[in-house]
Design a binder for this molecule. Sequence first.
Ligand code: PAF
Length: 309
Amino acid sequence: MKVVIVGPGAMGCLFAGYFAKKNQHEIWILDNNARRAKKLKENGIKIETEKGSFSVKINATARAADIKAPDLLIISVKSYDTEEALKAIEPVLTKDSRVLTLQNGLGNIEMMSEIVGSDRVLGGVTSHGATLLGEGYTRHAGIGDTVIGNISGKLTVSMRPVRELFNLSGFATRLTKDVNSVIWSKLIINAGINAISALTRLRNGALIESQGTREVVSMAVTEAVRLAKRKRIKLVYEDPIAKVESVCRATASNLSSMLQDVLKKRRTEIDYINGAIVRQAKSLSILTPTNVILTDLVKSIESAYSKQV
Ligand code: PAF
């Protein structure tokens, strides 16, 4: 398979590195930054794990036209960049190309379906944690499951090689008929972790070590679960708060993606996580005060990076 990872962030490098290490497929990174793409092509990708580190060579380019007829695209840019990234690569796709999103938050599958058609779109979630340490250099900071499905809810033959690719590269992956349920189940985890870690600057594990943050995590999660119930979305776990706490433990050393964004003074995915919960809850007249405060505070940080002491 020709596999293209769009975006060399923490997760993009993680996937590209493990896929390339397995050395069974042609792996590319598409990066909109030409200088960085050149560097990735020259130096490859380095992955640090608890058991040591490894480096692998990778194909990288900033020009979508260099990549002809990919079998699989994995969109690993921030949710607010999905549309632009996909429009850039759409001309080189074939009718058989599949486009997968494992991004955080709501709205990515829908956006991608509008651009390339829902038949070509796969969606899902991953609970692996990764921290970007430098360009092409990522720390694998937490293990979790990866689940893949599509909007139609039908398990298709074209999904099998995708599952194989992930499983053989060390990412335990299963297919689902209810992708909306897994995306909401992950959304609730991100709603409980990301904004609170970005505001407190605590690693995931530390969020549940103090009573204060633990309570705010629980309040944000409880509100999001109330919304999911009203929308009749079935979550994949029985006890959402216990699940979020277990993800905090499994990714204890990780800096959540939102904390990484705030530390780099970048735009965050708040609008797609807690902000999306607030918007949807409002349209159903459900109160989500904790998620409102988390959204407002993260957006205030984002809009005032230059004024921070
Ligand atoms: O966004 C993130 O950081 C990740 O989705 C997760 C699972 C919360 C781990 O940090």
